[in-house]
Design a protein around this ligand. Structure first.
Ligand code: PAF
Length: 283
């Protein structure tokens, strides 16, 4: 595995890979690699001959009161994990090379970026879209894998790629869950052991939605209310949003129609830690 830190050097390598007719896959991360990231690498290896993994804690997607400085950066451990996963190139730039002095350009997302996570974290998705677009231009992939855990991020990246005519195949990878259903996330390390156990309430909420739909309930607003109550009755937990959106448009939906697919989006506070999860709901 070759470690690259300079954007220009990465571009030259990526260009050569393309000239040599290599199919290039990219997995973008902020490091602190876990099982979830490794499942993205595996999917990239199944879709492409050469895999580039990027590690960059992107300051532009953190709000002023967010955890940029305490975000975990176990670089040596990440290098070892990436190497044993068979990554070909690890691109790990310094912030100054991605955002040099007098950097000014931002990818401005539309309405979708203002809802759900965007309402809670203003500017977050513009920061994500900007860095992802830059990393696309630096790594020149044919295919890019993003986790379905961040379903809204995935929908926004697909929109950016479509709106800006980027010739990249975006693939969503299924959520990796712990035994009790808790979605694997870098932020789980901030949970106490009790919160970690109780965090399964989000997954239980998804299972509850599947059950209610199977029973014939079509009032999505009502199901969401029931899930909100499940979260609020968990000590130390507070629901932020629980909403169903159309799987295609990501528009909020209150009533289910037969034959359609929805995505249930959930966000909750476990003490001071914010958790998100989601599930595809087939009616
Ligand atoms: O999902 C993430 O880890 C980040 O938002 C991403 C896509 C690497 C952009 O910084």
């Amino acid at each position: 595995m070759q470690i690259v830190t300079e954007p220009r050097q990465m571009q030259i390598i990526a260009e050569k890979l393309r000239l040599n007719r290599q199919l290039v896959g990219v997995v973008m991360t902020m490091g602190a690699l876990h099982e979830g990231h490794l499942s993205l690498v595996k999917l990239a290896q199944e879709s492409a001959g050469t895999v580039i993994l990027t590690i960059f804690v992107n300051p532009r997607q953190f709000g002023v009161n967010e955890d940029l400085h305490r975000y975990p950066r176990p670089f040596e451990q990440d290098v070892a994990l990436a190497r044993s996963a068979g990554v070909d190139y690890l691109f790990a730039p310094e912030p100054e090379t991605i955002y040099p002095e007098n950097y000014q350009t931002t990818v401005q997302c539309g309405l979708l970026a203002e809802r759900f996570e965007g309402a809670q974290r203003p500017g977050h998705f513009n920061g994500v879209a900007t860095v992802v677009t830059k990393l696309f231009h630096i790594t020149k992939p044919h295919v890019a894998i993003f986790g379905e855990k961040d379903a809204q991020q995935l929908a926004i990246i697909k929109k950016v790629v479509n709106d800006l005519n980027l010739d990249i195949n975006i693939v969503g990878a299924p959520i990796v869950r712990e035994n009790n259903g808790v979605a694997v996330s870098s932020r789980n390390i901030y949970l106490t052991s009790q919160e970690h156990l109780d965090a399964s309430v989000l997954y239980r909420g998804i299972l509850h939605a599947e059950k209610r739909i199977a029973e014939g309930q079509r009032d999505l607003f009502n199901i969401a209310e029931e899930i909100r109550a499940m979260i609020s009755s968990t000590p130390g937990f507070r629901a932020d949003y629980v909403e169903f959106v159309d799987e295609e448009s990501f528009e909020p939906r209150k009533t289910a129609e037969a034959g359609r697919e929805y995505r249930l989006l959930l966000a909750a506070w476990a003490g001071t830690v914010r958790l998100i999860d989601n599930g595809r709901i087939q009616v």
